[in-house]
Design a protein. Structure first.
Length: 132
C-alpha cells in the first residue's frame, strides 16, 4: 500500500493544478471577451474623456491594463467622430470611396481597351469593303 500512496498524492496534485489552470484560463477569456466590439470600448473611453476618471482609475475599475486604456483613448482621439474601433474589414467613408473609385477606374480602362480593339476591327473591315 505504501507504494501507491505517492501516486495518489501526485494525481491529486495534478488534478488541483489542472483545476487552478482551468480557472485562470476561464477568467482570462471572460476578461478578453468582455471588450469585443466597439460599444464597450467607447463606454470605457467615455469614462476617461467625458466623466473625468483618470486612465488608471478607469482601468482599475474595469479590471484592464492601464496601457490598454491609454491605447483606446489615443485611438479614439485620433480617429474621426464615430469611426474609432471599426474592427477588421470595416472601412472609413474615405477608404470606401477610394475603393469604389479604383474599381470604376479599372472598369473604364477595360472598356476603353475594348473600344480601341473594336475601332481597329471596324477600320480593317471598312478598308476591305472599300477595296472590293
Amino acid at each position: 500500500m505504501l507504494g501507491y500512496e505517492p501516486k495518489r498524492l501526485i494525481n491529486q496534485y495534478l488534478d488541483l493544478s489542472f483545476l487552478f489552470f482551468q480557472a485562470l484560463v476561464i477568467e482570462f477569456v471572460d476578461k478578453t471577451r468582455r471588450f469585443k466590439g466597439s460599444t464597450p470600448k467607447l463606454d470605457a473611453v467615455s469614462l476617461v474623456l467625458e466623466q473625468g476618471y483618470s486612465r488608471a482609475a478607469a482601468s482599475r475599475n474595469l479590471e484592464i491594463n492601464p496601457n490598454l486604456m491609454g491605447r483606446w483613448v489615443k485611438e479614439y482621439q485620433k480617429e474621426d467622430e464615430g469611426q474609432a474601433f471599426r474592427g477588421n474589414g470595416k472601412l472609413t467613408p474615405e477608404q470606401e470611396e477610394l475603393r469604389s473609385l479604383r474599381l470604376e477606374n479599372k472598369q473604364l480602362k477595360m472598356e476603353r481597351e475594348i473600344l480601341k480593339k473594336a475601332t481597329v476591327f471596324f477600320a480593317k473591315e471598312t478598308k476591305s469593303n472599300i477595296g472590293l
